[in-house]
Design a protein around this ligand. Sequence first.
Ligand SMILES: [Zn+2]
Ligand SMILES: [Zn+2]
Length: 260
Amino acid sequence: MSEIKLPEKSIIVISGALLLIVLNLYILTQHSHFSVFLVIIALLVSGFLSDAFTGVAHFGFDYVLPYSLPILGPVAFEFNQHHDEPSLDPSSYGPNLTKGGYVSIPLSILLLILTIMTPKTHFWFWVEATFAGTTAWALFFHQIHAYAHMGSRLPPHVFKGKVEEIARLETKREQRLALAKLFETVPIPAPIRLLQRCGLILSPEKHNLHHIHFESNFSSINGWSDPLLNPLLRPVARRYKASRLRDDLTTNPTRKSLWT
Ligand SMILES: [Zn+2]
Ligand SMILES: [Zn+2]
């Protein structure tokens, strides 16, 4: 069976995702219970839920899903490749937003169906507004992830060397401060830097804690769900790492660690 591969960059996917988001937002404004305040709250709640979803999905791609799986397997391979080469280009808007579009479009279609099938009550307005928020976060998740990797603007060997140095620091707090200092030097656009500092989108110092040991901080949108997910996912990630390392050393005894 030939491998199914989705296009890496597609204007149709990006425009389709944007159109569906606008359409769903328009439908929401026509709802008898429409309220701007509720929409803002729903956007924040959806920020947390989407962040948690990306965290669990990222964990699955890093450790659970086999590379041989159709469609998702190559994505899992890409995730592990990203550990080896932790550089993403925020100026690659096409590929970054296309990836987001593949998640956002099915969610938007589900939301349209839900809107048609459900009564026009206060409760359902709330659910649909939260759902609409997730479609927007989904479209931008990979672009946000790429901004958290502005370290790619540093020569890769310099960046990797610095992260390895930081990994040797004893506490998470020291590591986080050192990462923040490292990213002070990279030219992140001012509005993006502001959103990162406010915690509305994922900051490099939060995300690169994931790139130190690949066993925590799996989320890719704003990191709000990490305090909840880290204690659950870290021990499982460590188990997977230990068992993979055991297998690897049996078949390839010269290889010292999992991702080097
Ligand atoms: Zn990862
Ligand atoms: Zn990353």
